[in-house]
Design a protein around this ligand. Structure first.
Ligand SMILES: [Cu+2]
Length: 246
């Protein structure tokens, strides 16, 4: 290979390096969410009463505990917390995933109880129950709608036009059915489960406010500020305290 050709190859690869460096977006924020449990006492989850619909009732061998007011592991790890970048991404554009998010109605319970999607992203709502459900979100920023899903209707597609944390979704047929979807104009969100951990990966370097949201008013929301550089991973932990009853 001629020195000239070698030089142009090195030059070309350097341009690639610089280009890739600009678009690295490989910062990560991880962490965990806990609920302070004085005396180790966990919030009591009521048993759901599904007798009003025999189809729902027949789906379970034993009474099912409600997802509300909170699911907490013995060590305080808190489930169903929507953790997301609240500020710091303004002015940046992110592609809406072509893949739909999925919300199932199974055993007359929403699965998952808390989820996220991007504004404009399709959300496939499944009816795995063979009974009538209706999908009734109550957004403030996007249009409210109410779609019946008779027992033969297995799948519908919904979406929300505008970001909003959080949009409650209810089924008017089964009053115990409640879920929440967090809608954002970027993909940096997570929902805690077993262990209460979360990860927001693929972030551009920057300074962010991260919010942790829980459905219970007595738990509420917390924020933390964090700055991450390209390739850096930082941990932020949230510990909620149960607020006194109003
Ligand atoms: Cu229902």
């Amino acid at each position: 290979m001629s020195p000239k050709r070698l030089f142009s190859m090195v030059l070309a690869s350097c341009f690639v390096c610089v280009g890739a460096g600009d678009a690295l977006a490989d910062a990560t924020i991880t962490g965990s969410v806990k609920l302070d449990l004085p005396g180790g006492k966990k919030p009591r989850r009521k048993k759901l009463k599904m007798a009003a619909d025999p189809v729902c009732n027949a789906k379970h061998d034993a009474p099912v505990a409600s997802d509300s007011p909170a699911i907490v592991d013995d060590d305080g790890a808190l489930h169903n917390v929507f953790v997301y970048v609240k500020t710091g991404l303004e002015g940046k554009q992110f592609d809406v995933p072509s893949e739909a998010a999925v919300l199932d109605q199974k055993g007359c319970i929403y699965k998952p109880h808390v989820m996220g999607a991007m504004a404009g992203q399709d959300i496939t709502v499944l009816n795995s129950d063979g009974t009538l459900h209706n999908v009734h979100p109550k957004p403030q920023n996007s249009k409210e709608f109410n779609k019946a899903m008779p027992k033969f209707m297995k799948k519908i597609k919904i979406s929300f036009a505008k970001p909003e944390v959080m949009i409650p979704i209810k089924c008017d047929v089964h009053p115990w059915m409640q879920s929440y979807v967090g809608v954002l104009d970027h993909p940096f969100f997570a929902v805690t489960g077993e262990g209460g951990t979360f990860e927001l990966a693929g972030l551009p370097a920057g300074s962010y406010t991260v919010e942790a949201w829980h459905e219970s008013e007595r738990i509420g929301t917390m924020t933390q500020d964090v700055t991450v550089a390209d390739g850096e991973s930082k941990a932020v932990d949230f510990t909620f305290k149960v607020k006194a009853k109003k």
